[in-house]
Design a protein around this ligand. Structure first.
Ligand SMILES: Nc1ncnc2c1ncn2[C@@H]1O[C@H](COP(=O)(O)OP(=O)(O)OP(=O)(O)O)[C@@H](O)[C@H]1O
Ligand SMILES: O=C(O)C1=C[C@@H](O)[C@@H](O)[C@H](O)C1
Ligand SMILES: [Mg+2]
Length: 183
C-alpha cells in the first residue's frame, strides 16, 4: 500500500479551512492537501482568477458586498466537488447562505491568537479591511465580532504562534481523523 498514511474515512469529503485573515488558511491548506493527496483551492485566489482583479481592487470598485456575492458563487461551485482542501476567505463565515455550502464538508477553524495574527499582517497591504487609521484595533474588533461564527466550525484547531505550516497541517490531520471516523 502506498497510501497507508491516509485514513480511508478521509475520502469523499471537502475540508473547508476557516479563520481570521492571517490564520494561515492558504499556507497550511496547501500543505494539508499534499498530506491528504487532495486538490487544493483558495476562494480568494479563484476570485482573483475569475475577475482578473485583486481582492483589494474588487473591494474598491464593488464594495465589500460585491466581493461577498462573488465569494458565495465561488464557494457554491466548489461545494459540488469532492476531496478538496479549500482555504476560504476570512469573512466567508459572515454570509449566512455560505453555511449551507460549508456544511457539505467538514469545517475546520484555525484559531490563532491576535498577537500572532498582527505579527503576520502588520506589514501586509493586501487586506482591504485593514486599511484603517488603527489596523491593529480593527483586526481585534473583527476577531471579536467573528469569533462566535468561527466557533460554528465542526473542528477547532488551536494554532500556537510558533507552529510551522507543516506542524499546523499535522494538527489539523490529527483533529479531523477521529471526527470523520464517527460519521
Ligand atoms: N504557521 C505559520 N508560521 C509562520 N507564518 C505563517 C504561518 N502560516 C501562515 N504564515 C504567514 O502568515 C501570512 C498569512 O498567511 P495566509 O495568507 O496563509 O493566511 P490566510 O488565513 O489565508 O489569510 P486570508 O484570510 O487573508 O486569506 C503569510 O505571510 C504567511 O506566510
Ligand atoms: O477577513 C476578511 O473579511 C477577508 C479576508 C481575506 O481572505 C479576503 O477574503 C478579504 O480581504 C476579506
Ligand atoms: Mg488566504
Amino acid at each position: 500500500m502506498i497510501l497507508t498514511n491516509l485514513a480511508p474515512d478521509l475520502r469523499n469529503v471537502n475540508l473547508f479551512l476557516v479563520g481570521m485573515m492571517g490564520a494561515g488558511k492558504s499556507t497550511t491548506g496547501q500543505v494539508l492537501a499534499q498530506r491528504l493527496a487532495y486538490h487544493f483551492f483558495d476562494t480568494d485566489a479563484l476570485i482573483v482568477q475569475a475577475t482578473g482583479q485583486s481582492v483589494d481592487a474588487i473591494f474598491q470598485t464593488h464594495g465589500e458586498s460585491g466581493f461577498r456575492k462573488i465569494e458565495t458563487s465561488v464557494l457554491a461551485e466548489l461545494a459540488s466537488y469532492r476531496n478538496l482542501v479549500i482555504a476560504t476567505g476570512g469573512g466567508i463565515v459572515l454570509t449566512p447562505q455560505n453555511w449551507s455550502h460549508l456544511r457539505h464538508g467538514l469545517v475546520v477553524w484555525l484559531d490563532v491568537d491576535l498577537p500572532t495574527l498582527w505579527t503576520r499582517l502588520n506589514q501586509d497591504q493586501s487586506r482591504p479591511l485593514l486599511k484603517t487609521p488603527d489596523p491593529r484595533a480593527t483586526l481585534a474588533a473583527l476577531l471579536e465580532a467573528r469569533r462566535s461564527l468561527y466557533a460554528q466550525a465542526d473542528v477547532r484547531v488551536a494554532v500556537p504562534g510558533e507552529a510551522s505550516p507543516e506542524q499546523v497541517a499535522e494538527r489539523v490531520f490529527a483533529a479531523i481523523a477521529p471526527v470523520l471516523r464517527r460519521d
